[in-house]
Design a binder for this molecule. Structure first.
Ligand code: ADP
Ligand code: MG
Length: 578
């Protein structure tokens, strides 16, 4: 006989391997337990990056002696009562695995005292062996100590990273919880030194300052969005603040930190074309979903979730982000001013000329294209940001040099044209009508068999973009019309590129994003690439066009349209001030 049933001890160690990967995992589990016990103070103290000891004390509801005795057993939990509970989990824990797992790979001591009882009880577990429960003196709440984690699993110990890395994982774990629970006081000490001390605050924004520090926190704006049972709120950076990785991208579902591809993708899609490729925003997203709509039991460490209606969630999050960004571009709060202290300033200054956003979101009733332009002209005093600049000239055939109220402004004319074209097209698309131009002499575009098949399926989509095509023999299409925005020329290239791009669109949830990318493709083709001298009235027209669009500070590929150098910066450059 080859097969044998594992001993309980071995089974727990294997289970522990999934739940407790490193000291930070233990810290996370203990904090979750404290939060589930409604603690308002959670103090964490670790030694040697958690490898020597981890202590988490809380002022939560504590455990009765009988409960304490059971708490360290496998599959023992107070959080699931009836079977259905598993499908509407409202607590952070529910697997009943953390304490026994930790107990099987360390020397664990749990001390707990209920309110209104004179003494606390203490229980030790060492390498999975439970000791005797003893009365002891302690404050109300629970205090858990883990010594010598992985002392009996040397293989696991070997996989630990450098102490600094393990410590940073612990900090991350604490920070994530702290972001979701601003009302809870968190303190983290390492080798006797206080690493973090986040006193309880009422406002999530104040917690951002505690966790991220001023530099980052001041660049984040609050947002709040709700549709039916889905609600999303949180904080986000507007375009100029970005990072080369997703380090500042936090997603929470029902206050549980998760790493979820769908959510991350939706957030990035919300930013549309505002970020350069490879750049990430800072976002703290709290998604509130009915408990029954999300399955949290898909990952042993509960880092992943599954949504029942994944595409609705994706759509909702992308919308929430997009709307928040649009709002920020229109009415930048004090935060954006802070962002513009970097060398790209201007967002703060972008005053949109019209009361309503000319761009229509699918969730808003669409103002028609026409009425945007029938609004009365604005008084000179409220002149748009771009129009208010004095054009000094053009240099190198592609930059406008202007005097702005702040100082010197440089505008990349190619990026600006592209952004304007992009926004015009997008408005037309949103209004369901892209202006087309009919070609007197249709052009033909020859395609491979694969491309022919693809194009056949995408004719409708292409028509939405303003391309009207008809089959022309076995290996070609005739182009009858193109978007009015495109300058005269050879259109076969842009059509071919559109077909190639559209090949990647398989699911409808991605369509919107792809439409945006395609718009960018068209916008890019619509711009005369070669450097060209502009007449003064052309420059003025471009500036006033920029005033009429959202997000005017970046081209659709995320390159900046505008670089502003303020008086301060000039004075610093000339060393008038230091
Ligand atoms: P789970 O959190 O999945 O229920 P755990 O093994 O983490 O499983 O904890 C087991 C049980 O011990 C919990 O259900 C809870 O009743 C109790 N418990 C653990 N930590 C605490 C704490 N800090 N305060 C109060 N009760 C706790
Ligand atoms: Mg737990």
């Amino acid at each position: 006989m080859k097969i044998q049933i594992l001993s309980d001890e071995m089974a727990s160690r294997i289970a522990a391997g999934e739940v407790v990967e490193r000291p930070a995992s233990a810290v996370k589990e203990l904090i979750e337990n404290s939060l589930d016990a409604s603690a308002t103070e959670i103090f964490i103290s670790v030694e040697k990056s958690g490898t020597s000891s981890i202590r988490v004390s809380d002022n939560g509801e504590g455990m009765a002696p009988e409960d304490l005795n059971l708490a360290v057993e496998r599959h023992a939990t107070s959080k699931l009562k009836v079977d259905e509970d598993l499908f509407r989990i409202a607590t952070l824990g529910f697997r009943g695995e953390a304490l026994p797992s930790i107990g099987s790979v360390s020397k664990l001591q749990v001390v707990s005292r209920l309110p209104n009882t004179p003494t606390a009880q203490k229980l030790c577990v060492e390498g999975g062996k439970k000791g005797e429960m003893l009365p002891t003196a302690a404050a109300v709440g629970t205090s858990i100590e883990i010594k010598e984690i992985f002392f009996n699993t040397p293989a696991r110990r070997k996989f630990l990273k450098a102490p600094a890395t393990e410590l940073s994982h612990i900090c991350d774990a604490v920070n994530r919880m702290a972001l979701a629970y601003p009302g809870v006081h968190f303190r983290l000490e390492h080798d006797g030194r206080t690493v973090a001390d986040y006193v309880s605050v009422n406002d999530g924004q104040d917690r951002l300052y505690q966790v991220f520090g001023r530099e980052i926190a001041k660049g984040l704006a609050a947002f709040d969005w709700r549709q039916g049972e889905l609600a999303a709120h949180g904080f986000l950076s507007s375009a100029p603040l970005s990072f080369p990785n997703a380090r500042y991208l936090y997603t929470f579902v029902n206050r549980r930190y998760v790493r979820d591809k769908v959510l991350t993708h939706a957030v990035l899609q919300g930013y549309e074309t505002l970020l350069m490729k490879g750049q990430y925003p800072a976002v703290v997203l709290f998604l509130q979903v009915p408990f029954g709509e999300v399955d949290v039991n898909v990952h042993p460490a509960k880092f992943e979730v599954r949504f029942r209606r994944q595409s609705d969630v994706h759509e909702a999050v992308a919308r929430a982000i997009r709307q928040a960004l649009r709002q920020e571009a229109k009415e930048p709060g004090p935060r954006s001013g802070a962002i513009s202290s970097s060398s790209f300033s201007g967002v703060r200054e972008v005053a949109l000329p019209y009361g309503l956003s000319a761009r229509t979101a699918p969730d808003n009733p669409a103002p028609t294209y026409g009425n945007v332009f029938t609004l009365p002209p604005r008084a000179a005093a409220q002149e748009g940001f771009y129009s208010s600049m004095r054009v000094l000239g053009q240099i190198l055939g592609c930059y406008l040099v202007c005097a702005s109220s702040q100082g010197l402004a440089l505008i990349d004319q190619h990026a600006a044209h592209e952004r304007v074209a992009f926004e015009k097209l997008r408005r037309q698309m949103d209004a369901g009508k892209v202006a087309m131009q009919n070609l007197l002499i249709p052009q033909t575009v020859r395609l491979s068999a694969g491309e022919m098949m693809l194009l056949e399926q995408k004719l409708d989509v292409l028509r939405r973009f303003g391309f009207d095509l008809e089959p022309f023999g076995p290996d070609a299409y005739a182009i009858h019309s193109v978007p009015a925005l495109l300058p005269e020329g050879d259109y076969s290239q842009v059509v071919r590129q559109m077909v190639a791009d559209l090949a990647e669109v398989d699911t409808s949830s991605k369509l919107r994003e792809h439409l945006e990318d395609r718009l960018a493709t068209i916008a890019c083709h619509s711009v005369i690439r070669a450097n060209r001298m502009l007449e003064m009235d052309e420059m003025r027209a471009l500036l006033s066009d920029l005033d009429q669009i959202d997000f005017a500070t970046q081209c659709p590929h995320g390159r900046p349209v505008l670089i502003e150098i303020s008086r301060d910066e000039l004075e610093r450059m000339f060393k008038r001030v230091v």
